[in-house]
Ligand binder design. Structure first.
Ligand code: ATP
Ligand code: MG
Length: 579
């Protein structure tokens, strides 16, 4: 916690400061003793894809709130649609949450582990006249549902006797019907202005196996039916979700209130506890939206399947796996999620804010090193052929505690091609023929001869070092430029991948854009295999570096086919998109 948040006055001694409306609400509930002082949240992903930065916001919110109020946060897979879900997604989601720095309460939960209870409760709803077996096909049901301006019509099965619905539901479960032949529907109000309340489906027949329950079930409960009951069974107090569920809240409450409260309590984790049993409440907040970023799982999956990106963890993806591989840190992502705040108004956050959070973290924490991306050979003629001068350079200009490293200087070094100009533009402070420049952490060198190949391209600079300039200003003249360099004989070849934003437009999913594929940034990945790093980079256990003057880089998990290490550019040193 930062000092500024510590000094804000909290409403209740011992409770954290209410910095957004959800905390205000929870603080009030704490004060009134509504849940007996308990705070239990949950993060409920559907395992149908990899988590993205929007999910990170929800994760941070749920876990942080639980921690701040001395409560717990569950991880519950909302796995009611087996057709789109898989164990691969379950595993990646768990891994992502831990990487972000959070740990869920006790074991992982699955909505599917409540299938028995959900089935029992469905029977209870039928028995109490709150649900019925309906034979309308999905198409017919859609037609009967009405529109935003027109009331729906009652299903001909709506008044089916309870005993008949119970028998049909049992047969649905026993696999006696084909998909779509029957469904179980709540009996609410076909004229409700809220379409979610027009006798919504609670169960569908699906003859498919499930990643957790195998072939035990051929009927699957809907999200709306499952979510509220799962919350209630887990003793969730505050069920936080995004705004698109606002119109589902009446259904959430209707289902829980239509069930017998004592039977919910008896099936819940609080069955044996002294705590009062109070039903959970849903509260909505605005989704995180980021410009230049596409977050819908459907489109992200399409990009993976079509090979537009190399996988869910492609460093250009807005997924947590991609950002991790790109070199983003968990702390920077958490800070970003905190800084965007929690509100009920939908706004688009500038990607620059996320990039700022990353730069801020890496500027403080990434050790400095040198990497020459487009090498140009330089020969320093007054350093003998086999001499290796070991310089000890600070790993961080402002943090001596980060230590020093040895950087070898030899007769032949590489500098970046862009740091030498034969025809310098005005104000050019780096190396020119006949000019001087300082090598970062080393001497001032002067270029006295430029060698070209047969096509006229510069291939070698012959220079000499002023050996009296190590850690000292040169005498009688000013040398302004400082450039990075790497020893030719001691440096190590690496591949660098220079990443940029995946899209060139702010909103690739805007209505007036036919296809987001037309808006891809052609320069979102540039791979350079000629780069050279100073030897220390490959020695220690560090993965993230600021390559001086080039940007922040992170060692990739996979080397190239040639075995050469790969460094992903996490972010440039400055924002090149700011207009
Ligand atoms: P998407 O289709 O974009 O992947 P989703 O809502 O279908 O999102 P879920 O797995 O159902 O994905 O989401 C798990 C939780 O994350 C939900 O509580 C959901 O409200 C929340 N969430 C999803 N997207 C965002 C977002 N952009 N900002 C904040 N929370 C989000
Ligand atoms: Mg969803």
């Amino acid at each position: 916690m930062t000092d500024s948040t510590k000094t804000k006055q909290s409403e209740e001694p011992g409770s954290p400061p209410a910095s957004h409306f959800i905390k205000t609400l929870i603080s009030q509930d704490q004060k009134s003793g509504k849940y007996g002082g308990r705070v239990q949240t949950r993060f409920p992903p559907e395992p149908n894809g990899y988590l993205h930065i929007g999910h990170a916001k929800s994760i941070c919110l749920n876990f942080t709130i639980a921690a701040e109020y001395g409560g717990q946060c569950n991880l519950r897979f909302d796995d009611t649609n087996p057709a789109k879900e898989s164990q691969e997604y379950v595993d990646s989601i768990k891994d992502n949450i831990r990487w972000l720095g959070f740990e869920w309460d006790e074991e992982v939960r699955y909505s599917s582990s409540y299938f028995d209870t959900l089935f029992k409760f469905a029977n209870q709803l039928i028995a109490s006249g709150h649900a019925y077996a309906c034979s309308l096909s999905p198409e017919q049901a859609r037609e009967y549902r009405g529109t935003l301006t027109e009331a729906g019509r009652n299903s001909p099965d709506r008044d089916r006797p309870v005993a008949e619905s119970l028998a049909l539901f049992a047969k649905m479960r026993a696999g006696e019907f084909a998909e779509g032949e029957y469904s179980l529907r709540a009996k609410i109000d076909m004229a409700s202005p809220n379409i979610n309340m027009r006798d919504p489906v609670l169960y569908r027949i699906r003859h498919i196996s499930h990643h957790q329950t195998g072939d035990q079930w051929c009927i699957y409960p809907t999200y709306d039916y499952t979510h509220c009951i799962s919350d209630a069974l887990e003793g969730i107090t505050h069920s936080l979700c995004t705004l698109e569920f606002e119109d589902h809240r009446p259904l959430y409450d209707w289902i829980l209130n239509s069930l017998n409260l004592e039977s919910i309590r008896a099936a819940s984790v609080l069955a044996d506890s002294e705590s009062p049993y109070v039903l959970p409440e849903q509260t909505e907040f605005a989704k995180l939206k980021l410009n230049y970023t596409m977050m819908g799982k459907r489109n992200l999956r399409a990009m993976v399947e079509e090979g537009i990106v190399s996988g869910w963890d492609d460093p250009r993806m807005p997924t947590i796996a991609g950002m991790r591989r790109r070199g983003f840190t968990p702390g920077a992502l958490r800070n970003f999620c905190e800084s965007v705040g929690v509100s009920r108004s939908e706004g688009v956050v500038d990607l620059g804010m996320l990039e700022h959070a990353i730069r801020d973290d890496l500027d403080k924490n990434a050790p400095r090193a040198m990497c020459v991306i487009n090498p140009l050979r330089v020969e320093i003629d007054n350093i003998p052929e086999d001499e290796v001068i070991q310089l000890r350079l600070a790993n961080h200009p402002k943090d001596e505690a980060m230590g020093r490293r040895e950087v070898p200087l030899t007769r032949e070094i590489f500098i970046d091609r862009s740091d030498f100009e034969t025809d310098p533009p005005p104000g050019f402070k780096r190396l020119i023929a006949g000019g001087e420049v300082r090598l970062r952490g080393a001497h001032v060198i002067k270029c006295h001869h430029v060698e070209r190949d047969s096509r006229g391209e510069v291939v070698l600079l012959r220079c000499s070092a002023d050996l009296d300039t190590l850690g000292k200003k040169p005498e009688g003249r000013k040398v302004k430029g400082v450039i990075h360099w790497v020893s030719a004989s001691q440096g190590k070849p690496v591949t660098v991948r220079l990443y940029d934003r995946l899209f060139r437009v702010e909103n690739p999913e805007a209505k007036d854009i036919d296809d987001y594929r037309d808006c891809l940034n052609p320069d979102s990945l540039i791979e350079v295999s000629s780069a050279i790093v100073e030897p220390s980079v490959l020695k220690g256990s560090n993965e993230r570096f600021q390559f001086e003057r080039e940007g922040y880089f992170c060692k990739d998990v996979d080397p190239t086919a040639t075995g050469r290490p790969v460094f992903n550019r996490t972010i440039t040193l400055r924002d090149s998109w700011a207009g």
